[in-house]
Write a protein that binds this ligand. Structure first.
Ligand code: NI
Ligand code: MN
Length: 229
C-alpha cells in the first residue's frame, strides 16, 4: 500500500502506486538533467500536462514501445493518435476518471500548450491523483500561481509537486503562496535549474515554506525516490 515518487529531472516523474507505474511528462534524451535514456524507461500510464517539447519529447517513443495508456487533454490525446499511439484516454480541465491506479483529474494551469510540430495542444493542465490506496498527489504542470489552487486544500494533498523555476512558470516566492493555498503535507519543487532561463534561488522556496507554511519540503535529486509516508 505505498506510493513512491521518482524524479527524473526537470518535470519528469515516475509515480509508482502499488505497482502501477505512472510516467509524467517524459523528457529524457535532450534533458540536461536526465541520468537515464528514454529507451530504459518503463511505464503503464503516461501523463502529459501540455504540449511543450520539454514535456512530450520522448512520450511517443515510450508509448509505442511500452504500450502504456497515454492520458492527457482531448487535443493532445488526439495528436498522439495521429502519431500512431492507439492507447489513449482524453480528459479535459476539471474532469476526472477512474483508472486502474485510482482517480485522475485534470486541474487548471495557466500556461501555453502548442505541440512540437505546431499543432494546437488545447489547455495546459496539472493532475490531481487520488490513488486507490488513499494517497493524494498533486502535480501542478507548468503554471502561474492561481487562486484556484485554494480548492485543492479540500482534497488533503499528501504530496504536491510544484513548478518553481520562474520565467516560464511561477517562481519560488509565488510557489510558497501556492503551498499556502494547497496546504499539502509535503511538497517537491521541480522545473528549475534545467537551463539558465529557469535558474532560481531555491532557498527562497525552502525557507519560505519553512517560515510560512507547515508543509515539509522534500528536495528530490535526479533518480532519487521519495516514498509517501
Ligand atoms: Ni511549458
Ligand atoms: Mn516546461
Amino acid at each position: 500500500m505505498t506510493v513512491s515518487i521518482t524524479f527524473h529531472g526537470h518535470s519528469t516523474f515516475t509515480i509508482n502506486s502499488d505497482g502501477h507505474r505512472l510516467l509524467i511528462d517524459p523528457f529524457f534524451d535532450e534533458n540536461p538533467l536526465a541520468k537515464i535514456s528514454a529507451e530504459d524507461v518503463e511505464a503503464d500510464f503516461i501523463l502529459i500536462s501540455h504540449g511543450h517539447f520539454d514535456h512530450v519529447a520522448d512520450a511517443v517513443s515510450i508509448a509505442k514501445r511500452t504500450g502504456a495508456l497515454v492520458i492527457s487533454n482531448f487535443e493532445i490525446a488526439s495528436w498522439f493518435g495521429k502519431q500512431g499511439v492507439e492507447n489513449t484516454h482524453p480528459l479535459h480541465i476539471g474532469g476526472s476518471n477512474q483508472f486502474p491506479f485510482g482517480r485522475c483529474k485534470l486541474t487548471i494551469a495557466h500556461h501555453g500548450s502548442v505541440l512540437p510540430d505546431g499543432s494546437y495542444g488545447g489547455n495546459p493542465a496539472g493532475f490531481l491523483f487520488k490513488f486507490n490506496n488513499g494517497k493524494t498527489v498533486y502535480f501542478s504542470g507548468d503554471t502561474a500561481l492561481t487562486y484556484d489552487m485554494k480548492w485543492l486544500a479540500d482534497d488533503h494533498v499528501d504530496v504536491a509537486l510544484l513548478c518553481v523555476g520562474d520565467n516560464f512558470t511561477m517562481g519560488p516566492a509565488d510557489a510558497v503562496k501556492a503551498v499556502k493555498l494547497i496546504e499539502p503535507k509535503q511538497v517537491i519543487p521541480y522545473h528549475f535549474d534545467t537551463w539558465p532561463y529557469i535558474e532560481c534561488d531555491i532557498d527562497v522556496f525552502t525557507q519560505g515554506c519553512a517560515q510560512e507554511t507547515s508543509a515539509q519540503v522534500v528536495m528530490l535529486g535526479v533518480e532519487n525516490t521519495h516514498t509517501v509516508p
